[in-house]
Design a binder for this molecule. Structure first.
Ligand SMILES: Cc1ncc(COP(=O)(O)O)c(C=O)c1O
Length: 415
């Protein structure tokens, strides 16, 4: 491993200074001093550049279209505001994300609602807000929408293309036995049903085959599966592009992904159609890191380095076996493999097995890279953990965007 390797996983603004690693011009040690640990740190410049890369690639490669950030990857008002400011829409997967997006001031016409089990309440919220698109997942969804809509609501039909994606099985959504969307024959029936609807306007089709997918071929196959269903105004080709989490990982660039999708679209979809894309993970993953303090070091085979967070702030490891890389903030390079573990009462509470940490000691700051996606999303109160704050850094300034939970917060819903 070379010195450049760990930096290559951090946001592009990362640098090593006399104070150790700095991101966005702010030493991580300063962030830990001001906001405590564990803390999620988001580099706003990298985030804006990354979403801009998707936006610009689509604009370059296809006539009409829009990026909709899949907000499940990081559903906080600060994130919704950045996305709106960058001129992209958002997709929301339920009432909570919709509420946050609206509260952040996102233009409802740029919001797209998903879900395989949208409740009446969620559908009403979306219709009242005037969301731009609702993705119909199944026939109950369709009937429920039809009953509640009082004016024309544009919709897309979610198609299950029978394309298996090479990813963790819990992250694949486009195979024949997936719970999401409609098979091709059922999609045909839904299209026909919507064409007779009083209130639903069929804009087009939607497909999404899963998450953390680094092989581009299945994306193209999923687009091709839409070709036989007729010609529509809009095609939402989903998200799912992989992020690079470890030294060994490879992830295609936003432009390579957009090129694959638009080349497939050119083969089978009408040239005048609008293309929507919904990347989440690949937009935010690398912009984020999590900062921890080492609490104990237990030497042995293996040596356990335990920090003040873990599966309460990063469920990705225990849920999906996701691998990460880590470093000591003030001694980022070199070191021998240790197991970086959390503070929760579970043996599965491991952050990085075989992390190369340089002489870790209690009190050291440790940074885990590429935690920008789905970590805030799945943060929880296991063992009474208080969910960490979210700090955005930009141009040498660190700003608290979401505070740390307090112990009183843990009892705040009790009646
Ligand atoms: C319908 C839909 N669109 C977009 C996404 C975003 O996927 P990713 O974060 O992998 O880009 C997801 C997440 O799985 C999804 O379910």
């Amino acid at each position: 491993m070379t010195d450049a390797d760990f930096l290559g996983l951090l946001p592009p603004t990362a640098a090593v200074t006399d104070d150790g690693i700095a991101i966005g011009g702010v030493p991580l040690a300063t962030i830990a001093e001001r906001f405590g640990t564990p803390t999620y740190v988001i580099d706003e410049q990298s985030l804006r550049e990354q979403v801009g890369a998707f936006r610009d690639a689509l604009a370059r490669r296809w006539g009409a279209g829009r990026i909709h950030f899949a907000s499940k990857a990081f559903p906080t008002t600060a994130m919704y505001r950045v996305m709106a400011d960058e001129g992209v829409g958002v997709d929301v997967a339920g009432g909570g994300e919709l509420h946050l997006a609206l509260r952040a001031g996102v233009d409802p016409s740029t919001i797209l609602l998903h879900g395989n089990a949208k409740t009446d309440e969620e559908i009403s919220l979306a219709l009242e807000a005037g969301v731009g698109l609702v993705v119909v997942d199944n026939f109950d969804d369709l009937e429920r929408l039809e009953r509640r809509a009082s004016r024309r609501q544009p919709v897309l039909v979610r198609v299950r293309p029978d394309v298996a994606a090479p990813t963790h099985e819990a992250m694949a959504t486009g195979h024949a036995s997936s719970k999401f969307g409609l098979s091709i024959p059922d999609a045909r029936r839904a299209i026909e049903r919507i064409s007779r609807s009083r209130h639903l306007g069929l804009e087009g089709l939607h497909v999404h085959i899963g998450s953390q997918i680094s092989d581009l071929a299945p994306f193209a196959r999923a687009v091709e599966a839409l070709g036989d269903l007729g010609e529509f105004d809009t095609y939402d080709l989903g998200g799912g592009l992989a992020a690079r989490y470890t030294y060994a990982d490879h992830a295609p660039s936003p432009d390579e992904w957009v090129a694959t999708l638009t080349e497939a679209a050119r083969r089978v979809l009408p040239a005048r159609a609008r293309i929507l894309l919904e990347p989440g993970r690949s937009v935010v993953a690398r912009a984020g890191v999590t900062l921890y303090r080492v609490v104990t070091v237990k030497h042995g085979e293996p040596t356990f380095v335990a920090v003040d967070g873990g599966m309460g702030d990063n469920l990705d490891v225990s849920l999906y076996g996701q691998r990460f890389e880590a470093a000591v903030v003030t001694r980022p390079f070199g070191g021998a493999p240790v197991d970086l573990v959390g503070r929760h009462c579970e043996s599965g509470d491991r952050l990085v097995e075989g992390a190369r940490l340089h002489d870790p000691r209690p009190g050291d700051l440790v940074v885990v890279a590429v935690t920008g996606a789905y970590c805030v999303t799945m943060a929880n109160n296991y063992n009474g953990a208080r969910r960490p704050p979210v700090v955005f850094v930009r141009h040498g300034a660190a700003t608290l965007r979401q505070r740390r939970e307090t112990y009183d917060d843990l009892a705040s819903r009790d009646v």
